[in-house]
Write a protein that binds this ligand. Structure first.
Ligand code: LRH
Ligand code: MN
Length: 432
């Protein structure tokens, strides 16, 4: 285990020393700008330092599409190497102290040992994720025509048992939530009876709900299409909300940004789920067309800001039951996954800090006085404020890198991993 290359704190300090001059200048200037808005930059640095988002274990390997996957150098080959890469992300950006595991992709042989391995690198485990959208080698019954909603009760049973196994593994790892996304749906009109399928979903998820430890939550994840191309059982937030309400207080609705039709007003869905006390949290990513799983904030940064506007509004008004879990769920097909996850975590922190810049008194006044232009102007003034110095200072104060990408590239981490992890003969296509 010892010959694993890691980025040392001393190296990080050297790197930060190189960039300290510009951050001090920019930080002081921004402090003046914000002071004029009666905002104390130190409060915002504290907000940035408090932000947390979990990274997906399946996100540190190179992703792919149905057409191809182009494995990158030094790919992690097992869950331990994935945790190593997650620890490197955490060391540099300091806002990703937890990993969300996908079972069976990351099924640990020894959960106690994995928990210790992660803990010794400062990492904990966030929500578990089940997988009944693929058939595993040696699996008894196929999920080709569904899982929790399959017409055959034996297939539904198999799927329920898999989810309960995920919860058991999560319990040992110290996780407190289980995330359920099912690909169940149809490719042709008439293929599924919509109402029967939803009844079967509820019947199956209720068994998973009843297997939850008292202090756990189950996250229901909706998606409007893919891999089913005509109908999807849990296709939108309304269906997800109905199911979560039917199940009980431990069930809530997870919003994956890529799971909505183009131009859907996602920030409004977020506001509804907050108001109904059923917002589980997020799978953050970005997309231009379908469920592209691109880097968060890379395509629609204003939408991300507007989503955080709703989240910060709820935080500041102590909305009932507001306790969202933030996770990234991305597929890195052409970038170094570690770099994409670091930049994405920083873009989420940026949207969170910018949402704390909003003059909410002026915004409410404009809303109540039916002054739409002023309302948008108040939002835009926050969105167009470059808070990069705050983000860098927050990372620096939390023991991370002022410039994570520069530090990561200068460390040669990927090159070292390429030597440590000889390439494996991998399958050619698929998301992981
Ligand atoms: C489905 C999804 C789900 C995961 C999978 C990797 O599109 O968003 O959250 O299980 O991606
Ligand atoms: Mn997702």
């Amino acid at each position: 285990m010892s010959n694993r290359f890691e980025i040392e704190d001393s190296f990080l300090n050297e790197q930060n020393a190189k960039t300290k001059k510009w951050i001090d200048e920019d930080f002081d200037h921004l402090a003046h700008v914000l002071k004029r808005r009666e905002l104390d930059i130190e409060d915002l640095v504290a907000k940035a330092q408090s932000f947390r988002v979990a990274v997906p274990s399946w996100g540190v390997g190179t992703g792919g599409t149905r057409f191809a996957r182009f494995p990158g150098p030094g790919e992690p080959r097992d869950i331990y190497e994935k945790i190593e890469d997650c620890a490197t992300i955490f060391k540099l950006v300091r806002c990703t102290p937890a990993v969300s595991l996908h079972i069976p992709w990351d099924k640990p042989d020894d959960p106690d040992d994995l928990r210790e391995f992660a803990r010794s690198r400062g990492l904990a485990f966030d929500a578990m994720n089940s997988n009944t959208f693929q058939d595993q080698p040696g699996q008894n019954l196929s999920y080709k025509f569904g899982s929790l909603t399959h017409p055959d009760a034996a297939v539904r049973r198999q799927a329920v048992e898999h989810n309960i196994e995920c919860i058991e593994i999560g319990r040992v790892l110290g996780s407190k939530a289980h995330s359920v996304w099912v690909a169940d749906g149809g490719n042709f009109p008439g293929q599924m009876h919509f109402r029967r399928a939803l009844e079967r979903y509820l019947e199956s998820v209720r068994e998973i709900y009843n297997a939850l430890p008292d202090d756990w939550r189950v996250f229901l994840e909706h998606k409007f299409y893919e891999p089913a191309f005509y109908s999807t059982v849990i296709n939108d937030w309304g269906t997800s909300y109905y199911c979560a309400s039917q199940l009980g207080p431990k069930a809530c609705c997870l919003v994956d940004l890529g799971h909505h039709a183009p131009n859907v007003n996602i920030e409004m869905i977020v506001s509804r789920l907050i108001q109904f006390g059923k917002l589980a949290g997020f799978h953050f990513n970005d997309s231009k067309y379908g469920d592209d799983d691109l880097d968060a904030g890379s395509i629609k940064p204003f939408q991300l800001f507007l989503i955080f506007n709703e989240l910060v509004d709820a935080e500041l008004s102590n909305a009932a039951g507001f306790d969202p879990a933030y996770m990234l769920d991305q597929s890195h097909n052409v970038t170094d996954p570690i770099e994409s996850l670091m930049v994405s975590a920083a873009e989420l922190t940026r949207a969170y800090v910018q949402a704390h810049l909003i003059d909410r008194a002026a915004l409410s006044e404009a809303q109540e006085k039916c002054d739409p232009l002023m309302a948008l102007t108040v939002l835009k003034s926050a969105f167009t404020t470059d808070v990069s110095p705050i983000l860098a200072r927050a990372r620096e104060r939390s023991g991370g890198a002022i410039d994570p990408i520069a530090a990561y590239r200068a460390s040669g981490y990927r090159r070292f991993k390429q030597e440590e992890r000889p390439a494996q003969a991998t399958i050619a296509a698929g998301i992981v």
